[in-house]
Ligand binder design. Structure first.
Ligand SMILES: Cc1ncc(C[n+]2csc(CCOP(=O)(O)OP(=O)(O)O)c2C)c(N)n1
Ligand SMILES: [Mg+2]
Length: 270
């Protein structure tokens, strides 16, 4: 069921390049937050998720929920690279009438939940994990959140709820790129000490470099099962990672690369 066709490095390189082309063509936003999660997605979709593109409705598949639903270009790219739909369809990103909308849509094969209004993914993921437990099924629920999104109170209800229900089949991953849409995370609303807060709520917490592919694979591959605790992985990342003029830059939350910027970004990605 797992795809070992592509190594995570190559998968990450490809989805970064697709996302850059897609946001350029559509004059769309959110490339910074796409690039920060590229390596996490690459490991999830090549090594971790128990999914089969030939059976997208398999009741025993792992569920992946992208809670930061604005970072959709790279998510669609990952699904296309993983065989859920043809790569050519990526060219319809944000085109009128296309399924590939600017915030993620479950009309697209392989997408579990439509998101984009921040703060919804983790509560839904917790409900799904509870359903799997109630049905005594072995599938797991992975939920990727952004750091700015952690300001939403709905997440903290889910963070309270999941340990109470012993949802050790729930894995939350925080793309901790330290930048939101109008400022840095510590400026807008401080999250620290995030790991301590999650531990105090009863989560099993790990912190990793979210661009170290081996560390990501090792950590996600070793999520403890049957501990009675949900797992949170705080992935320290860089907004705009892989394109030097976008890295750590707030403006690339909204800006779309020009033709010249696209060329130079693609040259860096390789
Ligand atoms: C409920 C809600 N409020 C506001 C927005 C507008 N919005 C889009 S992205 C974003 C924040 C982006 O920062 P972050 O959440 O850290 O995402 P990332 O850095 O991963 O792109 C905001 C406020 C939204 N999508 N949903
Ligand atoms: Mg952020």
């Amino acid at each position: 069921m797992r795809s070992n066709d592509l190594r995570p490095e190559e998968f990450a390189r490809r989805i970064r390049a697709h996302a850059l082309r897609m946001v350029h063509a559509a004059k769309a936003s959110h490339i910074g937050g796409c690039l920060s999660m590229a390596d996490l997605l690459a490991v999830l979709y090549t090594r971790i998720l128990r999914i089969d593109a030939a059976r997208p409705d398999d009741p025993d598949r792992d569920r992946f929920i992208l809670s930061k639903g604005h970072a959709t270009a790279i998510m669609y790219a990952a699904l296309a690279e993983r065989g859920f739909f043809p790569l050519e369809e990526l060219q319809t990103f944000c085109v009128n009438g296309s399924k590939l909308t600017g915030h993620i849509s479950h009309a697209v094969t392989g997408v579990e939940v439509s998101t984009g209004s921040l703060g919804h993914g983790l509560p839904i993921a917790a409900g799904m994990a509870l359903a799997a437990k109630s049905d005594r099924r072995a599938w797991r629920v992975f939920c990727l959140l952004s750091d700015g999104e952690c300001d939403e109170g709905s997440n903290w209800e889910a963070i309270l709820f999941a340990p109470h229900h012993k949802l050790d089949n729930l894995i939350a991953i925080v793309d901790y790129n330290k930048i939101q849409s109008f400022g840095s995370v510590p400026e807008v609303l401080a999250l620290e000490p995030l790991a301590e807060k999650l531990r105090a709520f009863g989560w099993y917490v790990m912190e990793i470099d979210g661009h170290d592919l081996e560390a990501i694979e090792r950590t996600l591959g070793a999520v403890p099962e049957r501990t009675g605790k949900p797992t949170a992985i705080i992935a320290h990342t860089v907004k705009g990672k892989g394109v030097s003029f976008m890295e750590h830059k707030l403006e690339w939350h909204y800006k779309s690369p020009s033709a010249e910027q696209l060329d130079s970004a693609l040259a860096e990605i390789g």
